[in-house]
Design a protein around this ligand. Structure first.
Ligand code: NAI
Ligand code: MG
Length: 349
C-alpha cells in the first residue's frame, strides 16, 4: 500500500479551519482508494512568532524536507505581526529552499460556483515563475528619509530560470489542448521580456505540436475578462503570473475557490499545496470560511503524489456537493459551516 508523509502547516486564522476540512477529505479519499496518509502537524505561524520571535524553528526547513509534500493553510495576522515578517519568515523560505519554481493555479468554474462573468466555459491553467524575476528581492535604498532618497528593485531573469518555467508550460500544454499563451511585456521591457520571447522561440522548435500565442500582460488581463475561454495554459513571470492568477481567482468565483500548487518538478524536494487566500481575520473562528480552495489544493497534492483516481474523485465530489446550495458556505449564498461542507464532501466520496 502506498504511504505518504505529509507536513501540515495550518498557519493562522481560517488557515486552521480550512486545513482541518481538507485533511478530513484527504483521509476519506485515502480510506476509499487504499493508501496511507501520515500527517505531521506543525503549529507555526503568527502565534508561534509572538511566543518564539520567529515564524518557524531554526530546523523548520530540515523537518519539512523529510516529507513527501507540504500542505499549508494560510499565514498572516496583520494586527499583531507585519505581513512582511510573516511572509518572509515562512512561506517564501519554503518556496525558495525547496526550489518550488512552478506555481500552478487552475481556473475554472466548479458546478454551483458563480463567477462574475457571463461566460462560464473557461478552463485555464495559469503557470507562474515562482523564484526569480520581479520578486527576486535584489535591490536597495539609499539616502533614506532625504528628499533625494532612491529605491532600486531589479528584476532578475536567468536563462536557467526562464527556460525551466517555459518548458514546464510546454509540457502542460502538451497534456491539454496543445496551446500555450506566453505573457510578457516585451514592447516596454526590452531586455528581460525580449529574452523571455527568444527562449520561447527556441523551445517552440522542440515542441512543434504546441501552438504558441503571445500576449502583452495588459492585453492578457483584459482578455481574461472578455474571452476567458480563449486561453488554455498561460505561462508568465512571477509578477505577471501573480496578477493574472488573481483575475483567474475572481472569475472562478473568488478566493474561496482558488487552489494552488508550488511545485518542484524534479521531485528532489517536497512541493507545497495551499489555497490562494489568506488568513481572513474578518471571518476567522466563525466557521464561515469556504474550504473548497483548500480541498481542491489537496486534490492537486494527491495528483502530484500519483493518486490520480483519488484526486479525480475529490473533484467530482466537489462538483456534486456544491450543486446543492444547502451544502454551501455563506460566500456561495448558503448557510453551511466549513465543517458541514467538508462533511458533505466526505459523504459524497
Ligand atoms: P484574505 O485572503 O485573507 O481575505 C480577503 C477577503 O476574502 C476577506 O474578506 C476574507 O473574508 C475573504 N476570504 C478569504 N478566504 C476566504 C474563504 N476561504 N472563504 C470565504 N471568504 C474568504 O486576504 P487579506 O485580508 O488581504 O489578508 C489577511 C492576511 O492573510 C494577511 O496577513 C496576509 O498577508 C495573509 N495572506 C496570506 C496568504 C498565504 O498564506 N498564502 C495569501 C494572502 C494573504
Ligand atoms: Mg497574489
Amino acid at each position: 500500500m502506498n504511504s505518504y508523509n505529509i507536513a501540515f502547516i495550518p498557519g493562522d486564522g481560517v488557515g486552521v479551519e480550512v486545513t482541518k476540512a481538507a485533511l478530513d477529505v484527504l483521509e476519506a479519499a485515502a480510506r476509499k482508494y487504499g493508501f496511507i496518509l501520515t500527517p505531521t502537524h506543525y503549529e507555526w505561524g503568527c502565534e508561534y512568532y509572538l511566543k518564539q520571535g520567529q515564524m518557524m524553528p531554526d530546523d523548520g526547513l530540515a523537518l519539512l524536507e523529510k516529507s513527501d509534500a507540504i500542505f499549508l493553510g494560510a499565514v498572516g495576522w496583520p494586527e499583531k505581526v507585519p505581513d512582511s515578517v510573516s511572509l518572509h519568515g515562512l512561506l517564501l523560505p519554503i518556496r525558495k529552499q525547496f526550489d518550488q519554481f512552478v506555481n500552478v493555479r487552475p481556473h475554472r468554474l466548479l458546478k454551483g460556483a458563480q463567477g462574475p462573468l457571463k461566460k462560464t466555459d473557461f478552463n485555464i491553467l495559469c503557470i507562474r515563475e515562482n523564484t526569480e524575476g520581479e520578486y527576486s528581492g535584489a535591490g536597495g535604498r539609499v539616502h533614506m528619509g532625504n528628499p533625494h532618497e532612491v529605491a532600486v528593485e531589479t528584476s532578475i531573469f536567468t536563462r536557467h530560470g526562464v527556460e525551466r518555467i517555459l518548458r514546464f508550460g510546454f509540457e502542460q500544454a502538451r497534456l491539454r489542448s496543445k496551446k500555450l499563451a506566453s505573457v510578457t511585456k516585451s514592447n516596454a521591457q526590452k531586455y528581460s521580456m525580449v529574452f523571455w520571447d527568444e527562449i520561447t522561440d527556441e523551445l517552440a522548435a522542440e515542441y512543434p505540436d504546441v501552438k504558441v500565442e503571445r500576449y502583452h500582460v495588459d492585453a492578457a488581463a483584459a482578455r481574461m475578462i472578455t474571452h476567458p475561454e480563449s486561453f488554455d495554459v498561460i505561462v508568465a513571470s512571477n509578477l505577471f503570473g501573480d496578477i493574472l492568477s488573481d483575475i483567474g481567482a475572481a472569475i472562478q468565483g473568488g478566493l474561496g475557490f482558488a487552489a494552488s500548487a508550488n511545485i518542484n518538478p524534479g521531485r528532489q524536494m517536497p512541493s507545497m499545496f495551499e489555497p490562494v487566500h489568506g488568513s481572513a481575520p474578518d471571518i476567522a473562528g466563525q466557521g464561515k470560511a469556504n474550504p473548497v480552495a483548500a480541498i481542491w489544493s489537496g486534490a492537486m497534492m494527491l495528483e502530484h503524489l500519483g493518486e490520480k483516481q483519488a484526486a479525480g474523485a475529490i473533484m467530482s465530489a466537489l462538483n456534486e456537493v456544491l450543486n446543492i446550495t444547502d451544502n454551501c458556505t455563506p460566500d456561495m449564498g448558503g448557510t453551511a459551516t466549513t465543517a458541514e461542507l467538508a462533511d458533505a464532501i466526505v459523504r459524497s466520496l
